[in-house]
Design a protein around this ligand. Structure first.
Ligand code: DOR
Ligand code: ZN
Length: 428
């Protein structure tokens, strides 16, 4: 179909200013960008007068749960949640059942995603067979079946020798390794950040060092092997410092952080709401500030959701027994505007960089910018609109978010993926 977006303010990761223009989309691509384009043979016109138009957001860390945990999320419901959040591409983590550690499983996900026909789904393959940390997956096969990165997300690869080999193989196939950094012994039994509040609440803590010690090790391995290493969901100041120093020394390390980690602290756990239970855990004010500083100075390259749906019956448990995870696709953009842009941490151009351009670049997706010939992945937003996050805004099968009832600014109005409108906000 042909689609014309009129008079939007095009935001790019490069330009300081936005450029007001019409964007003509034909089939899957942007075919023209111009001051005024006539609406000839066009099936749909979207009036974007005065509104920012972003390259569609790319979430490099999503849990779609299919195959195996369809009661939490399916590829279809996850893609709808993504579209509602302005994401036109999601990269799905391999901790499914069976895990994405072989060609058949990855091909299944690719096929299902295509049948759903919404946003782009790029699978991440497991580093080790069964995500058990014992032996490497067939990395060449995984690459052939279409994975864009490798991760045992949910757990770290504890065996450093195995991770070294994984990095060496991954380099041969030009795949980044996405590291979930958590020392299982230091974290054992913990359910929230270890600190004053965990003591008061009587909950077992996960110390920051459980993360940063593995960040340090993985950076050392990245430097040694020369592999592309990406640190997932950075949660604490010490990790940010280590990544900053490594980058200065020229190590090929990149990093992401999640909206909940720059928005909430461990104080949010005080009511024992299991929606706040996430791994890595919500940390201190100091950690939140360090993450914001890391985002601003480029230490943290990307913002990813770690969208981790869990069923109500699972989260409806004692804090210690509930599963870790927060959904994030539908709320990420509003939290970025409210907590970062409106607090002068990031500009809109930097939002494009962190939510579209860099993730796409790191995973070689060829997306994340608005230009003639590029895939027509576009997100039109109203950065000023105030709204209160409610259950009705969630398209995920699950609702495990601590942000219900929160007043935010920044609303996704339209999402276009591969030239097809995949989301339009309800009026009002
Ligand atoms: O909170 C989390 N949930 N952290 C992870 O690393 C895994 C994820 C999940 O799969 O539920
Ligand atoms: Zn993780």
């Amino acid at each position: 179909m042909k689609l014309l977006i009129k008079q939007g303010k095009i935001v790019s990761h490069r330009a300081r200013r936005t450029e007001t223009a019409d964007i003509l989309v034909d089939q899957e691509r942007i075919v023209r960008i111009g001051k005024k384009i006539a609406a000839r043979d066009v099936q749909q016109v979207i009036d974007a007068q005065g509104l920012p138009v972003f390259p569609g957001f790319v979430d490099m860390h999503t849990h779609l749960r299919e195959p195996g945990y369809e009661y939490k999320e399916t590829i279809q419901s996850g893609c709808r949640a993504a579209a509602a959040g302005g994401f036109t591409s999601v990269c799905c983590m391999p901790n499914t059942n069976p895990p994405l550690d072989n060609q058949a499983a990855v091909e299944f996900v690719v096929r299902r995603a295509r049948e759903c026909g919404g946003v782009n789904v790029f699978p991440i393959g497991a580093i080790t067979r069964g995500r058990l940390g014992k032996e490497l997956s067939e990395i060449g096969d995984l690459k052939k079946s279409g994975v864009v990165g490798l991760s045992d997300d949910g757990s770290a690869v504890v065996n450093a020798e195995l991770l070294r080999r994984a990095m060496e193989y991954a380099s041969m196939f030009d795949l980044p390794i996405l590291c979930h950094c958590e020392d299982p012994d230091l974290a054992a039994g913990g359910v929230m950040h270890e600190g004053k509040i965990s003591t008061v609440l009587g909950l077992k803590g996960i110390p920051s060092i459980a993360e940063s010690i593995i960040v340090a090790r993985d950076i050392a391995l990245a430097a040694y092997t020369g592999a592309r290493v990406h640190i997932c969901h950075v949660s604490c100041a010490d990790s940010v410092d280590r990544i900053r120093r490594a980058k200065r020394q020229g190590v090929a390390v990149t990093a992401e952080c999640c909206p909940h980690h720059f928005t909430l602290t461990d104080e949010a756990v005080s009511g024992y709401d299991t929606a706040t239970k996430v791994n890595p855990p919500l940390r201190t004010r100091q950690d939140v500030e360090a993450i914001k500083k890391g985002l601003r100075d480029g230490t943290i390259d990307c913002i990813a959701t770690d969208h981790a749906p869990h069923a109500a019956v699972e989260k409806d448990a004692e804090y210690a027994n509930a599963p870790f995870g927060i959904i994030g696709l539908e709320t990420a953009f509003a939290l970025v505007i409210s907590e970062l842009v409106n607090q002068d941490v990031l500009t809109l151009a930097q939002v494009v960089e962190k939510m579209a351009w860099r993730p796409s670049e790191i995973l070689r997706l060829g997306r994340g910018s608005i230009s003639e010939g590029a895939p027509a992945d576009l997100t039109i937003v109203d950065p000023l609109q105030e709204w209160t996050i409610g259950r009705e805004h969630l398209f995920s099968k699950s609702a495990n978010t601590p942000f219900i009832g929160r007043k935010v600014r920044g609303k996704v109005l339209y999402t276009v993926a591969n030239g097809m409108p995949v989301f339009a906000a309800a009026a009002g």
